[in-house]
Design a protein around this ligand. Structure first.
Ligand code: ADP
Ligand code: GLC
Length: 482
């Protein structure tokens, strides 16, 4: 039996701000239980729903040194869906209405979390063979593991992996403060270690010290070795290319299943979607006050509203797209300029555009089920889960060919009747518009072809099966090295 510990700052169903939570919550369930004991550790945030906090049980607590301070570390536990979860409790660090706030607070919060997650292990009696870290919030784990923890027998053989879900966020702060917070010695703050461009960089620390580095699609693993996608770490990514690989994300096929989904108006399957899927569209038009016409081409967007997702292209073309015979349903929160943009267009094109500027699990499922197409013209996209959810619900993705979008959406080929969606190559608003019009033409004028696209989309398999096997292989190869 191999012991694996996931260390993540967000995990579904307990706390979520983006796709990282979906991955950290759904992947651990998909390993071969006879060979791998996979457990997960995350912070106990005050903003978690009471429903979850009430189900946790207190395990133990201790005090841990973090530089010159001694801090309380409580450990709660819960078994959920066959997986053991541990929660690190500290009301000073994990207060606040959201998991992340000001970066200078987060820098200390996640130094604490990373060190506490390791310190907790001998206390709870779980010795991982591999700690599997995710994003900058856990970048210090491989560093600590090679530092003070290395001296103890318990920790010496533990291998570490860091998975990059988004290279844009690196956890950067000035070296003096980080040295003070982390208690790491000066020798760590050098250009071949934690230092980057004069500051301390948590993610860089993780990438330098981890035994393996992965990211969430093959294309993104290549892209980040180039300056455009490398977020100033492309040199490091090239230097680490011998341990870097891309493993595409999957989604939870039980959670996202049009045949059983409790959130949607009418369940449907690959066999009966032709008759049943549209009932969801009608219900959503009614719910959101859109013109009630089941023949209208409905485009969905469910997203964090940031420039990563291509909203500059949408902002540029929205007026023009609204002249077409389409409806837009948007669900998302984020940068104010994009929130206001969608509010504006919903006001300008009443009955045609619905802007839902909030977070809602239920509405997201309804959108995946109801729309004809899903628009995701990202500037960059490490993997993307929304397009996978769309495929699963037979909602045809329209994407830019970058990162995971390129790896998961096969472009429509009208001559060979192939493909699961529509895509364009360049980050260019006119290319996007052209592609939306092309999709619309197939929808309105070649219905049989459109339905075959849906057939193929729903038949594509982005469950975790294949990718979980790839992670298992990686775990095995790391452990056979020693
Ligand atoms: P990212 O992690 O970059 O935000 P992904 O496509 O990997 O992008 O994952 C986004 C996840 O967050 C999906 O599960 C999507 O449905 C969900 N999501 C994003 N915004 C909202 C929202 N406003 N309400 C509900 N779910 C949302
Ligand atoms: C990040 C990326 C997204 C990816 C998700 C889960 O948030 O932006 O592309 O799907 O992590 O790996």
């Amino acid at each position: 039996m191999k012991n694996i510990l996931f260390i993540s700052s967000e995990v579904v169903p307990f706390i979520k701000t983006g796709g990282l939570a979906d991955v950290a919550g759904s992947l651990p369930k998909c390993f071969d239980k006879k060979k791998y004991d996979v457990r997960v550790i995350l912070p106990k945030y005050m903003c978690m729903k009471d429903e979850w906090k009430e189900k946790m049980t207190y395990l133990t607590h201790f005090y841990m040194d973090l530089a010159w301070r001694s801090q309380y570390v409580g450990i709660m536990e819960m078994e959920y869906d066959g997986i053991k979860f541990y929660f690190i409790d500290n009301e000073y660090y994990f207060a606040g209405p959201m998991p992340y706030g000001n970066i200078y607070q987060d820098i200390e919060k996640f130094a604490f979390f990373s060190k506490a997650a390791l310190s907790a292990l001998p206390v709870i009696g779980f010795k991982p063979d591999i700690v599997h870290c995710h994003d900058w919030q856990t970048g210090l784990v491989p560093v600590y593991l090679k530092d003070s923890f290395h001296e103890g027998d318990f920790f010496r053989d533990i291998k570490s992996i860091i998975t990059i879900h988004n290279l844009k966020f690196q956890g950067v702060w000035d070296m003096k403060t980080v040295k003070d917070i982390t208690g790491l010695s000066s020798s760590y703050f050098a250009p071949d270690k934690l230092e980057a461009y004069g500051d301390a960089n948590y993610l860089k620390g993780g990438i330098v010290y981890a035994d393996a580095v992965t990211t969430v699609s093959r294309t993104y693993a290549e892209e980040i070795k180039t300056p455009f996608y490398g977020e100033r770490l492309d040199g490091l990514m090239r230097a680490r290319s011998n341990v870097l690989s891309g493993i595409v994300n999957g989604i939870d096929y039980d959670e996202y299943n049009p045949a059983t989904d409790k959130f949607i108006e009418k369940n449907y399957t690959p066999r009966n979607f032709r008759k049943e899927k549209v009932k969801n569209k009608k219900a959503l038009q009614k719910e959101l006050g859109l013109e009630q016409d089941e023949r209208k081409f409905m485009i969905g967007i469910v997203s964090r509203l940031t420039d990563q997702k291509g909203f500059d292209l949408i902002a540029y073309m929205m007026d023009e797209m609204c002249q077409l015979d389409v409806q837009f349903v948007v669900l998302g929160t984020g940068e104010e300029r994009y929130e206001n943009m969608f509010r504006h267009f919903a006001w300008k094109y009443q009955g045609k555009v619905s802007a839902n500027i909030f977070y809602s699990e239920a509405l997201s499922h309804k959108i995946y089920a109801s729309c004809d197409a899903f628009l995701m013209p990202s500037l960059f996209e490490p993997c993307g889960l929304s397009q996978l959810m769309s495929l699963r619900y037979g909602t045809v993705p329209i994407v830019r060919e970058t990162g995971g979008l390129k790896d998961t959406v096969e472009p429509y080929n009208e001559y060979e009747s192939k493909g699961t969606g529509f895509s364009f190559a360049n980050y260019n608003a006119h290319e996007m518009l052209y592609t939306v019009k092309y999709a619309m033409d197939v929808f309105y004028n070649h219905k049989r072809e459109w339905n075959k696209l849906i057939d193929r989309a729903m038949a594509a398999d982005f469950s975790w099966d294949a990718s979980a096997r790839e992670y298992e292989k990686l775990y095995d190869s790391l452990l056979s090295e020693s």
